[in-house]
Design a protein around this ligand. Structure first.
Ligand SMILES: [Zn+2]
Length: 74
């Protein structure tokens, strides 16, 4: 899905969380703001020439302040 990315300042391809680790990270972030947040509403910037991974929702370009990035696997 192509969405505007707050960090990139442009439209970028976004992907949904792809495994339980990523869903857990988003669930923890999201639940700080909204109990029972729906993890599938969250999208991760998939820009390929720059390691962005900024997290947004389908409706909000900047759901977190400061913006949050999907961390690398350990
Ligand atoms: Zn981005």
């Amino acid at each position: 899905m192509t969405y505007p990315c707050y960090t990139c300042g442009s439209y970028q391809p976004h992907r949904q969380p792809r495994d339980d680790r990523e869903r857990d990270i988003i669930r923890k972030l999201a639940n700080l703001q909204k109990p029972n947040a729906y993890v599938d509403d969250y999208w991760i910037c998939g820009r390929t020439d720059f390691d962005c991974r900024n997290i947004r929702t389908a409706l909000r370009v900047k759901p977190f302040d400061p913006p949050q990035k999907m961390p690398d696997p350990e």
